[in-house]
Design a protein around this ligand. Sequence first.
Ligand code: RP5
Length: 177
Amino acid sequence: MPRTSTPSVVIFMGSDSDWPVMGRAAQVLEEFGVPHQAIVSSAHRTHDRTVRLVKDFTRRGTRVFIAGAGAAAHLAGALAAVTPRPVIGVPLASSPLSGLDSLLSTAQMPSGVPVACTAIGEAGARNAALLAVEILALADRKLEGRLLAYRRTLEREVVRKDAKLQKDRRQGRPAAR
Ligand code: RP5
């Protein structure tokens, strides 16, 4: 692994097949200007390497970890077991159970070693990054400002959609499918 400056957030994923979804988390971090790194390392297939990596990032100062995995998803728990930093798990729909298996494996951590758990899939990946930004923003007023600006864009978008709906209905346009 190349040693550049310490990433504030590291996104782990169990397989490169998770990247199309977990790339959404990276996009959000990019948009907020948060230094981050994405790593493929499995809780099962490369357990020792995963533990080594998360310990190394923790020692170097990484603040938050995101873990995306599918099926019997133990990645978030495996990271949390060896780091005191917050770990946010993203359940992925890569198995025949469409993510229900990974949702339960990630959310149902026994008492003592928590992981946060987002929604399944792309929304979860984006939200994991936003949650990481919120955690970092606790000690970074500029980042908090960017978060508030982002929330305002969400708000404006809903108001714009409502205005369009009202206009379409006044003009008797058929409901969008
Ligand atoms: C999980 O198994 C990975 O996180 C991935 O979602 C799933 C399938 O992995 P591949 O068989 O595509 O490598 O560990």
